[in-house]
Design a protein around this ligand. Structure first.
Ligand code: ZN
Ligand code: ZN
Length: 240
């Protein structure tokens, strides 16, 4: 059982280290691809919040947001690299309508929706997302649109896609981490990814307050020697 709200710094650092070690041994090599995704898909912007937002009160220096000129093909390539060993088959299934590998079949319908919404007449999807550039610990990390998209995520693959859209807010899950989350007392993310996102926000806020650290220091926990522009690694904290 592990709950970040009651953890100390060393416990979280150890947890992230172990998570990165385990992830690097898997076929999808998540940490390596995440590094590539960060440089291709996201920009680190100055914190846009008012001074009374939780993040600003705790030394926030900025948030990661998705680039509004990212093409769907780029997004899809990173989705494939991050989350599946059957990369080419996933991309051609979504872009060319070929038959997907059976392990990817559940991912296709939602990716097709995103493909069609990417440049839809209601306004480009990414422009709507970057209009509200907040992070997980902000008092209101998502606007009504972001909350609707997050609560519509009904399976593992959708959670991964939504986490790519709201990179600094939404935590993806898989079967293993879902069980870890539930064992730790979080809700079932399959029932409501939005509820779990809210629970994690409160826990991360508690962790920051209890340990008297700033947001920059929190981001550095995953990368002590590097820059402080690190993604909120809450997914890695709750899963190993
Ligand atoms: Zn901020
Ligand atoms: Zn904020």
């Amino acid at each position: 059982m592990f709950r970040i709200g009651t953890a100390n710094i060393q416990e979280v650092v150890d947890r992230i280290k172990e998570s990165n070690r385990v992830a690097s041994t898997k076929r999808t090599r998540y940490p390596e691809w995440e590094h590539k995704a960060i440089s291709d898909c996201y920009v680190f912007i100055s914190c846009p919040c008012n001074e009374d937002c939780f993040c600003r009160k705790h030394g926030c220096n900025g948030h990661w947001i998705i680039r509004d000129d990212l093409t769907f093909a780029q997004f899809l390539a990173h989705f494939a690299n991050l989350w599946t060993p059957y990369r080419d088959s996933l991309q051609s299934a979504v872009l060319e309508g070929t038959k997907p590998h059976p392990r990817n079949a559940a991912a296709i319908p939602y990716l097709e929706v995103l493909r069609d919404q990417w440049l839809s007449s209601g306004g480009p999807l990414l422009k709507r997302i970057v209009k509200y550039p907040h992070c997980l610990v902000c008092d209101t990390p998502l606007d009504a649109y972001g909350r609707a998209v997050t609560s519509a995520a009904m399976n593992v693959y959708q959670s991964k896609a939504v986490s790519q859209l709201f990179y600094d807010v939404v935590v993806p899950y898989d079967t293993g981490s879902r069980h870890e989350m539930m064992k730790a007392g979080y809700g079932d993310p399959r029932n409501s990814l939005l509820n779990v996102t809210d629970q994690l926000r409160r826990d991360v806020q508690k962790f920051i307050v209890n340990n008297a650290i700033t947001m920059s220091e929190f981001r550095q926990l995953d990368n002590p020697q590097g820059s402080h522009k690190v993604h909120l690694q809450t997914s890695q904290i709750v899963q190993v």
